[in-house]
Design a protein around this ligand. Structure first.
Ligand code: GDP
Ligand code: MG
Ligand code: K
Length: 272
């Protein structure tokens, strides 16, 4: 099978469209996502005998259900199951971009990180530890400067490599004993519905349910498991879980970030 479906995800303004254009050139199709007025861009690239379809997802900071963009982006990943998701990360703004990284990880998708804007990070004197990044984020990392066509072939080579690599190295945030215990309980109820379990990453569904995600609630509403899930959620202080889960995410990112880069040349402004 020489077809590969790749989705581009990323925060707004990280160079997603620039990268999309650099890969697909004029082979683009612009339309709308079904049922909503969010623009959908896709294109194909023939590369080393592969037909690589690229889908430009809406730019988002997170993958909650607060905006249509976020729902479109995450639904594409969990419902359409592209072979690979490339997260385009702004290397000069790494910490902020890591939040989306942790969200994508929970979708248990095959992921590659395109570390874009490397020129800006370099100019500023940042040091980026790629090996550490690949290890901690459990995903291949490729440096790119999309606006100058740098790193595009390396990225496509990595896409082909990942497609042909059977192994999946997932990584996820641990939320601590209490929350993990509750995630397990929800997973145990959900797994009774085999169809649901085959379709969605249950850990992600469980976390989102704990966070009160109505859109995910709707996804499981027709499942025989939904009654037991509602009872379970009624029995806990959901808002507390939601807040604790968010805290844990930021805690994890704060612990990860200093291991991935150091800023060597912080320019002090006059007011400092
Ligand atoms: P999107 O919102 O993620 O689609 O971002 P765009 O592709 O529209 O890019 C935002 C801006 O960043 C544009 O002005 C691009 O030319 C610029 N840009 C994209 N990639 C790079 C890069 O690697 N380095 C630099 N310096 N600028 C870039
Ligand atoms: Mg764009
Ligand atoms: K793989």
């Amino acid at each position: 099978n020489n077809k590969i479906r790749v989705a581009l995800a990323g925060n707004p303004n990280v160079g997603k469209t620039t990268l999309f254009n650099a890969i697909t050139g004029s082979r683009q199709h612009v339309g709308n996502w079904p049922g909503v007025t969010v623009e959908k861009k896709s294109g194909t690239k023939i590369y080393k005998g592969y037909e690589i379809e690229i889908i430009d997802l809406p730019g988002t900071y997170s993958l909650t259900a607060y905006s249509m963009d976020e729902i479109v982006a995450r639904d594409f990943i969990i419902e359409e199951k592209p072979d690979i998701v490339i997260q385009i990360v702004d290397a000069s703004n790494l910490e902020r971009n890591l939040y989306l990284t942790t969200q994508l990880m929970e979708l248990q998708t095959e992921m590659i990180i395109a570390l874009n804007m490397c020129d800006l990070a370099l100019e500023r004197g940042d040091k980026l530890y790629l090996d550490k990044m690949e290890e901690i984020l459990a995903a291949p990392v490729v440096k790119t400067v999309a606006s100058r066509n740098i790193g595009i072939e390396e990225l496509l080579d990595k896409v082909i490599e990942e497609k042909n690599n059977e192994q999946y190295h997932g990584h996820e945030i641990g939320y601590g004993d209490e929350i993990e215990g509750m995630i397990l309980e929800i997973e145990k109820v959900l797994i009774a519905d085999q169809e649901l379990a085959d379709r969605y990453p249950l850990r992600w569904i469980s976390i989102r349910l704990l966070e009160g995600d109505m859109n995910v609630m709707e996804k499981i509403s027709k499942s025989p498991a939904s009654v037991a899930i509602n009872d379970l959620l009624d029995s806990i202080d959901q808002e507390e879980y939601e807040a604790d889960i968010a805290d844990k995410r930021y805690e994890t990112i704060n612990a990860i970030f200093p291991q991935l880069c150091t800023r060597c040349n912080v320019k002090l402004s006059k007011s400092d």
